[in-house]
Design a protein around this ligand. Structure first.
Ligand SMILES: Cc1cc2nc3c(=O)[nH]c(=O)nc-3n(C[C@H](O)[C@H](O)[C@H](O)COP(=O)(O)O)c2cc1C
Length: 245
């Protein structure tokens, strides 16, 4: 018997199958960002505009980009990390009706992603997992441990370049933030949105002499449980490793 789960998903999320969304039923939109854990340390990030990025034309960035899985031992500076976070999720405007405009597009400006970082080699940061607080443009310690990288490599089917990256981005989706507006069709948009985010990482990385490699081969349950998320209300959707070329 052929597996039809992919085509079933496409059929079930056609407009004429959709139920009334939360927005149509007059429900309040979910918050723009997960709340931060007040027991965990917050780290200020340098102004992303101060990163030492060479002026690179869009054309050159597009032409030079490759998926790079081998990195030098040169660390990223905190300013460079700040720049990559700004390029991928940086907030430009916050509106009172639970809407943000950011450096990446998002269906209905729902911005239903949260960014976590596996930090291996970034100046002044201890190795471990951090969360990006996009609204404040700050980092928060999440799991400070040097052996978390081995566990993340195992959950990504042994892709060892994750451990030698300076930093690996782990994007998670909060489907409610998207389905509030689009009902279950919103699941499609989560995957489209994160593709734009990752492409911005590839291109901004080029301008600070970094190579990037997208990663979608991972064991969902293992990675979700490492981050302590339930896999339904929040799940890992995509990763990308970055390091100096
Ligand atoms: C959706 C997606 C998932 C990917 N997953 C992985 C992955 O898990 N591991 C990996 O090494 N490369 C992964 N890649 C990188 C591709 O292998 C790479 O883009 C492809 O070989 C073309 O090479 P280029 O990016 O240098 O043009 C992924 C790329 C995309 C777009």
């Amino acid at each position: 018997m052929t597996d039809t789960s992919g085509i079933d998903f496409l059929n079930n999320t056609k407009f004429h199958h959709l139920k009334m969304s939360g927005q149509m039923r007059g429900l309040k939109p979910p918050p723009l960002e997960l709340s931060s854990d007040h027991t965990k340390k917050i780290i200020n990030l340098p102004n992303p505009r101060d990163a030492n990025n060479k002026s690179l034309s869009v054309r050159a960035a597009i032409e030079q980009r490759r998926s790079i899985r081998s990195y030098t031992k040169q660390p990223l500076s905190l300013g460079e990390l700040s720049y990559l976070l700004w390029a991928t999720q940086g907030v430009q405007e916050i509106y009172p009706n639970s809407v943000t405009l950011r450096n990446v597009p998002s269906a209905g400006a729902r911005h239903a992603l949260e960014t976590y970082l596996l930090v291996n080699n970034v100046k002044t940061l201890k190795p471990g997992v951090y969360r990006f607080l996009a609204l404040e443009h700050k980092l928060q310690e999440y799991i400070i441990s040097s052996n978390i990288s081995d566990k993340i490599v195992a959950a990504c089917l042994g892709q060892t370049f994750i451990k030698t990256s300076a930093v690996t981005f782990l994007w998670t989706a909060i489907p409610k933030r998207m389905t509030w507006r689009y009902s279950d069709r919103g699941y499609r948009y989560l995957f489209l949105d994160v593709g734009h985010v990752c492409q911005n990482l590839y291109l901004s990385g080029e301008s600070i002499q970094c190579g990037t490699c997208a990663i979608a081969a991972f064991l969902d349950d293992d990675l979700n449980s490492l981050l302590g998320i339930d896999g339904k209300r929040q799940f890992v959707i995509y990763l990308a490793a970055v390091g100096k070329k």
